[in-house]
Ligand binder design. Structure first.
Ligand code: ITT
Ligand code: MG
Length: 175
């Protein structure tokens, strides 16, 4: 099976690769930098979901040989208890309804939340906060905030598993 992923982000690609290995489905993965069609820094669940679906659906139209495409999107969402990291995934299949799954949520420290509300993007803010580079490709904000216990690839793997599981159920496949 050929599966397209709507991102060149290393943590996202690693998550999808690992998940197909874990569920023992043979898949050739093609990564394409797909537009999310939403802001660079989505600011609600709705916007983050839309970004994930747009990426999945867009890359399915781009990669003709793929029967399936996965879009993963990171965002933040306001709650009465602070600004939280939120992550969403979507899986698009030709002629079928796009399926969604959400991932882990974790509160962002106030100093990061303030900078995002002032218009900055989480990726560069995290690099600045940690005095590191390209955290979004490695441990991600979630890795930093959990002391390395859950990195960005592990978090997206869970979403990928929720997506692929729903796809398999719809297809009537069993493991
Ligand atoms: O190449 P793409 O697929 O766009 O990967 P990305 O790292 O930019 O990821 P998203 O667009 O899905 O995330 C939206 C924004 O939030 C940032 N972001 C999201 N989750 C993050 C995380 O865990 N660590 C660091 N930055 C994160 C990211 O850099 C963007 O500014
Ligand atoms: Mg991005």
């Amino acid at each position: 099976m050929i599966v397209a992923i709507g991102s060149k982000n290393k943590a996202k690609i690693k998550a999808v690769e690992q998940t197909f290995l874990d569920v023992k489905i043979e898949a050739s993965l093609l990564s394409v930098d797909s537009p999310s069609g939403v802001s660079e820094q989505p600011f609600s669940d709705e916007e983050t979901m839309k970004g994930a679906a747009n990426r999945a659906e867009h890359c399915l139209t781009q990669v003709h040989e793929a029967g399936l495409a996965i879009g993963l999107e990171g965002g933040v969402t306001e709650t009465p208890f602070g600004l939280y990291l939120c992550n969403w995934g979507a899986i698009a299949e030709r002629g079928r309804e796009t399926l969604f799954a959400g991932g882990a949520r974790i509160r962002l420290p106030d100093e990061i939340a303030h900078r995002l509300k002032a218009g900055e993007e989480l990726g560069p803010v995290m690099d600045d906060y940690m005095n590191a580079r390209e955290i979004r490709h490695t441990e991600g904000a979630v890795g930093v905030l959990t002391n390395g216990l859950v990195d960005r690839a592990a978090m997206f793997s869970h979403i990928a598993k929720l997506l692929i599981g729903q796809y398999m159920r719809r297809k009537g496949c069993s493991l």
